[in-house]
Design a protein around this ligand. Structure first.
Ligand code: ZN
Length: 57
């Protein structure tokens, strides 16, 4: 399983969204706007979509 990461818009750091996914599933999935509360980098809430996400294995 890989960890779905996004780049924090405030700090530019990669942060874990809390979503775990296998690569094959991630590539096929269509993730719409998902809320990520309490960003690990800046402490704020972010909303992200699949286009912004990076799968880290
Ligand atoms: Zn952030």
């Amino acid at each position: 399983m890989g960890r779905v990461m996004i780049k924090c818009p405030n700090t530019g750091k990669l942060v874990f969204t809390g979503v775990l996914s296998a690569k094959s599933m991630f590539e096929k999935s269509t993730i719409k706007e998902t809320k990520m509360p309490k960003c690990a980098a800046c402490g704020k809430d972010h909303t992200w979509t699949k286009e912004q996400a990076i799968l880290q294995e």
